[in-house]
Write a protein that binds this ligand. Sequence first.
Ligand code: AMP
Ligand code: ZN
Length: 667
Amino acid sequence: MSVEKEIKALRAQLHQYNHEYYVLDNASISDYEFDMLLKKLQTLEDQYPEFDDSNSPTKRVGGAVTKKFDTVVHEHRMYSLDNSYSQEDLLAWEKRIKKTVEEAIEYTCELKYDGASISLTYENGFLSKAVTRGDGFQGDDVTNNIKTIKSVPLKLSGEGIPEKFDIRGEIVLPFEGFNKMNEERIASGEEPYANPRNTASGSLKLQDSGEVAKRPLECLLYSLVGNKLPLKSQFESLDKARQWGFKVPEIAAKANSIEEVLEFVNQWDAKRHKLPYETDGVVIKVNDLKQQELLGHTAKAPRWAMAYKFKAEQVSTTLESVSYQVGRTGAITPVANLIPVEIAGTTVKRASLHNADQIEKLDIRIGDQVYVEKGGEIIPKIVGVNVSQRTGISAPLNYATTCPECETTLVRTEGDAKHYCPNEQSCPPQVVGRIEHYISRKAMDIEGLGGETVALLVKENLASDFTDLYDLTVEQLLPLERMAQKSAENLVNGVAASVKIPFEKVLFALGIRFVGETVAKKLAFHFKTIEAIKEADQETLEAVDEIGTRIAESVVAYFSEESNWYRIEKLQSKGIQFAIDESQLPKVSSAKLEGKTIVVSGVFEKVSRNELKKLIEEHGGKVGSSISSKTSFIVAGDKMGPSKLEKAQKLEIEIWDENRFLNEIEI
Ligand code: AMP
Ligand code: ZN
């Protein structure tokens, strides 16, 4: 078999396995076998770049970086939906549309998925573009990011696939994956994401598609749009889309009357909590496409469709008490303790009250009957108080004035919604929390040491700060509960191994308030050394991309504290890294290639294709995926594809070799 044929066969095979696994939920080979085939394909593609294909299954892992998303005008406008909240609303809608449509009307009922809307364009059976809704007229081109979502078919199969069409749907983040992402964030001391919907839509706009690939996003599709599509009804188009390889939810039903529509609504209002993702209503559509056409659109939404919003489930229960939790940074979170109550399929005993302002706003009092709601958020919230049931003796709640863990007087700085316990040095949850954060996977990643052991070390006075970890000896550890020789050695070795951890992670590990993983990276790569960060004033810090006032203030405050400087000195004396490893940095960067779109083709001697692409971006250029009149020049190596060469010559585009390119950017 020729190499080209082999590559194509592998791609077809992998597209099929991918479809089985992510769309049909029914894999026919093991993960290992899949990975091996993918690896094989990747190797061949690296070796024979002339057979490159932007829709190859290898493109799923991401890697493409989008600095700025291009705006794309939707060929077919993306409308919104009108909302209804009651049977009367639906009957009124039916009455309106019956004025236009004389024959009987059949409806399709689908769930309304709560995510980010997306429009995918397919041409000749291949995904060619993915665009966000934007304002409905134009959106952002997020194709690179969407390609990493495994349930989005890059290549369609089946019969009767139109030459060109759009398919619309929703990018959702299932609860399971969302919760897992949040557990990791909490473990590394970052704020958890508020809800799956915002996280899904935020994911579409990440610049690094490699990051998107890591998120367990799904794409549910529900509507085909195009010119003269061979379809008669909405229900049929759901079926067709499913046959062509799209993930179209099975939950859809036809209804002949509003009564039947309401049956579907009631059935799913109860069952939807068992679904793996968030839904917030039912979308009812006139099934017949001819009737849809007759009805047309208003300025904002189709007349032939209607969303019916589920009521957020609300229950009432009694507030028994309010307790206060102390976080790693000393931030206090008030928590409502409730008489347990069933809501959306789970028992709820506690609800977050956020902060003192929220409590004041609700004027919530112990013994009150409160309304608890579970919306898109995972943690239920208190949305109101049933004041009519209040007994005369209740008094407004006095917010805690001292720390529940160490009794230090709480402080609240102006502009900050939260109270803090200022006793950083010896407030137990802060001490333990800081050490836990320091050793966590995304920070110093210290093996052989877990949360329980940290608490024990603090309790036994063996550590009151993460810098103390470096003084621990096997002999000191052995007397501890459940500590064997082997585990003591592992702990000491794990701590010693942390000298390998790069500066950006060390900076994150220090636990400076508001300096999360990404901010730490930004600061580390910008300033390069801890000394430079220490020297930077408020203004210098704020001048860095993505660093705002709040972060800058916190960094300045951190370094004005002498004890922090001692900490750093001690870590430095133990060999911890406080400067960026220069060998990892791009050698130079400039704006030499600004405004240029450059296509890379072939195999190179001095740099890999990926390095070359990185260089182009570091010097301000854009990497083009195919040769067009917009291409500024081509960097070609060995084995540039003959069709590319022909195209370049036809369009009279200059071809540079590797050496000329490297000279030009002076490497
Ligand atoms: P809204 O954003 O409230 O105007 O609601 C309209 C949005 O609902 C559409 O843009 C879609 O993104 C979304 N939606 C979710 N599920 C469906 C569905 N089954 N059919 C049509 N639209 C849906
Ligand atoms: Zn405290």
